[in-house]
Design a protein around this ligand. Sequence first.
Ligand SMILES: NC(=O)c1ccc[n+]([C@@H]2O[C@H](COP(=O)([O-])OP(=O)(O)OC[C@H]3O[C@@H](n4cnc5c(N)ncnc54)[C@H](O)[C@@H]3O)[C@@H](O)[C@H]2O)c1
Ligand SMILES: O=c1ccn([C@@H]2O[C@H](COP(=O)(O)OP(=O)(O)O[C@H]3O[C@H](CO)[C@@H](O)[C@H](O)[C@H]3O)[C@@H](O)[C@H]2O)c(=O)[nH]1
Length: 330
Amino acid sequence: MAVLVTGGAGYIGSHMVLALVDRGEDVVVLDNLSTGFRWAIAPSAKLIEGDVGDIEKVGSIIAEERIDSIIHFAGSIVVPDSVSDPLGYYLNNTVKSRALIEAAVTGGVTHFIFSSTAAVYGMPETFPVREDAPLAPISPYGSSKMMTEIMLRDSAFAYDFNYVALRYFNVAGADPAGRSGQSTPRATHLIKVAGEAVVGKRSHLDVYGTDYDTPDGTCVRDYIHVSDLARAHLLALDHLRGGGDDLVMNCGYGRGFSVLEVIDAVKRVSGVDFEVRMAARRPGDPAALVAGAERIRERLGWTPERDRLDDIVADALNWEKKLKDSGLNS
Ligand SMILES: NC(=O)c1ccc[n+]([C@@H]2O[C@H](COP(=O)([O-])OP(=O)(O)OC[C@H]3O[C@@H](n4cnc5c(N)ncnc54)[C@H](O)[C@@H]3O)[C@@H](O)[C@H]2O)c1
Ligand SMILES: O=c1ccn([C@@H]2O[C@H](COP(=O)(O)OP(=O)(O)O[C@H]3O[C@H](CO)[C@@H](O)[C@H](O)[C@H]3O)[C@@H](O)[C@H]2O)c(=O)[nH]1
């Protein structure tokens, strides 16, 4: 039996593929390479180029590759783009997820793991935010993910189908062995942007807002190492294969760092003092977003292995240097 990883050529998906092949699983990747890279996929995994919305194609992959589980990363991820192109985001994230879920149900795939996001909470009133907090997304991106969670819940009720939805907080870092990392050229994520400033790809870094109601006035986030996140998926897969129940869980460490604390860490770890400019708030940023992180520890026995901010930053910086030297994504 094999695991189908959609979006396996992307940032998080490529780390998932590594985690799966490292423990000897057969892996098939379905990716349309819209933001992913062929070279990012571990050599022993099989890449099928195609779209998750192509229900016939997914149906034949399930039958021909003997798929028992689907881990679904494929999607569009840039929050401001979702505001300017909501229908594009609902198509790629919601409509195509619906097609994938139907192909799974029809093809008898009963285990499904979904990449959801802390963006489903919108501007949460609780800190840390637990899974039972109200869902109130403030962007089409967050809504598109919430709608997929609802489709999964209802499908699991109606059909022979089980799922785990993982709500990622801020994913960062790179494979500690340097085999993959975040490679998107137009990245907007803080640690990625700071790494680009370190290697000279950017002249400076803007801090979006210094007047938030937080200890130093900048936004606080829960940064989770991508390899710890991939291990959470392995545990979720084992849970479903073992007959476990449907689960919706936050993925974060339960602690936050401000934008200024992250910048300090990047400067400390790299030894490079890049220019930082204080700028206006970025629309749609909640002041503080930290995971209530008990459920995943209790239900899956997940324990972080690389949760020190300096380790997350060091792995991200190593990858950024490798990208620059190799020109892989340019
Ligand atoms: N990066 C984060 O901090 C973060 C946080 C929360 C949730 N997520 C979710 O995690 C998932 C992966 O994110 P990422 O950061 O690795 O993004 P990414 O852009 O690096 O990866 C997405 C992958 O999906 C592929 N893809 C997109 N649409 C497709 C389609 N219709 N058919 C087939 N392939 C398609 C892309 O080519 C790419 O390889 C996404 O679903 C995203 O919403 C990411
Ligand atoms: O150049 C930059 C980039 C970011 N920030 C700030 O850094 C914080 C983190 O921003 P970013 O790394 O862009 O992540 P988020 O906007 O928090 O969103 C990420 O994390 C969410 C979950 O918390 C996911 O839903 C999203 O997909 C993912 O992009 C925010 O306060 C930003 O305003 C800056 O000040 N300057």
